[in-house]
Design a protein around this ligand. Structure first.
Ligand SMILES: Nc1ncnc2c1ncn2[C@@H]1O[C@H](COP(=O)(O)OP(=O)(O)OP(=O)(O)O)[C@@H](O)[C@H]1O
Ligand SMILES: [Mg+2]
Length: 335
């Protein structure tokens, strides 16, 4: 439903989008992640026809965003990062107005406006002037606008920004439900939101694509954190020789102890083999901890790959460890 190939966008000398390629299939809910200034909004604005790309291909429902912008707009509901509203209009009046602009018939309009006001919890403020709404309500009006014509594709730029925790929960539930009938691309800075409702994640940083992977694939990868006192090269060789270990990365050293991150085959627990291998050489272990890879790990891996000087984050969640594991944050906020 969404196809992006070698997309490039320059703002003057600033390259905001750097040869990004990805696809979003019919009915998928995809989380679009990246640190601030990564290029998420720019990519979304290109997809919705609000911005021209410098080069590359962007297609929505099979239509090229540059040359078939009318068809693209007919297939898309877009919630922009900051919702532009006419302050002197009332909520209900505005949603009706938008429905009319989108070419809906009066009968259909009346039915859909009621439905969307209800789904976006706007009934109680339906006669309020838009200019007097709080940020959260403005966001809900934007969402009602995006879904009013029931477009097959929803592009939602930070749909939960500015909402309180209850509203966030309701909005996520609504988006998940919309995912039954619609293809959804949504950006957010809250990784737990993606874990809650998305099937796949696309992570960009510095305008470049870092990862496009299903969440269940990310979580099926496990890893072991090893800290060993011994020669780094020697320990690496021992680890690489253990069956089930896919890769060994050195993560730094202090006080003669080297840290390694070891990726293993799916769900394989190699801790006993690691322990025996290190001990057989007369070296010692300071840490041996099995972790399920989480979205947070994948996110910070992308950041590190784009900027190797970036410090690793505090250790993440779902640990099975020999020494006690640190408590994971309940949600990772990246903004
Ligand atoms: N209209 C513009 N003119 C000049 N530079 C721009 C413009 N819009 C975006 N940029 C630059 O392009 C880069 C990407 O910005 P973009 O808004 O797409 O990032 P983002 O991933 O949406 O960030 P955030 O998470 O803060 O919303 C940034 O360096 C930004 O400063
Ligand atoms: Mg943005």
């Amino acid at each position: 439903m969404i196809e992006v190939k070698n997309l490039i966008k320059y703002f003057g000398p600033v390259m905001a989008v750097d040869r990004i390629s990805f696809d979003v299939g019919r009915g998928e809910i995809v989380g679009f992640l990246g640190p601030i200034g990564a290029g998420k909004t720019t990519t979304m604005r290109i997809l919705t026809g609000y911005l021209p790309a410098t080069s590359g291909i962007a297609k929505v429902a099979g239509h090229d965003v540059m040359h078939e912008s009318t068809q693209v707009r007919q297939n898309i509901g877009y919630l922009p990062e900051s919702v532009p509203l006419y302050p002197e209009m009332r909520v209900e009046e505005y949603v009706h107005f938008r429905a009319k602009l989108k070419g809906m018939s009066r009968v259909e309009r009346n039915r859909r406006v009621e439905y969307c006001l209800d789904r976006c919890r706007l009934i109680t403020v339906r006669r309020r002037l838009l200019g007097t709404l709080s940020k959260g309500y403005r966001q809900r009006v934007g969402l009602a606008d995006a879904m009013i014509a029931s477009p097959p594709i929803l592009i939602l730029d930070e749909p939960t920004a500015g909402l309180d925790p209850l509203q966030i929960r309701e909005t996520l539930a609504l988006i998940k439900e919309l995912g039954d009938k619609h293809t959804v691309l949504l950006s957010t800075h809250i990784l737990s939101e993606v874990e809650a409702i998305c099937e796949r994640v696309i992570i960009i940083a510095n305008g470049r694509l870092g990862l496009s992977q299903r969440l269940d694939e990310i979580e099926s990868e496990s890893m072991v954190l090893v800290e060993a006192r011994g020669p780094a090269d020697g320990v690496t060789n021992v680890l690489q020789g253990i069956k089930g270990i896919v890769s060994v990365q050195t993560k730094g050293a202090d006080d003669g102890v080297t840290r390694f991150e070891v990726r293993t085959e799916e769900q394989k627990d190699v801790r006993e083999e690691v322990s025996q291998g290190i001990a057989s050489k007369g070296w010692t272990l300071r840490r041996l901890e099995r972790k399920t890879r989480r979205l947070e790990d994948a996110f910070f891996d992308v950041l590190r790959a784009q900027d190797p000087l970036k410090q690793p984050p505090p250790p993440g969640a779902r640990t099975e460890s020999t020494p006690p594991a640190p408590t994971p944050p309940s949600e990772a906020i990246t903004k």
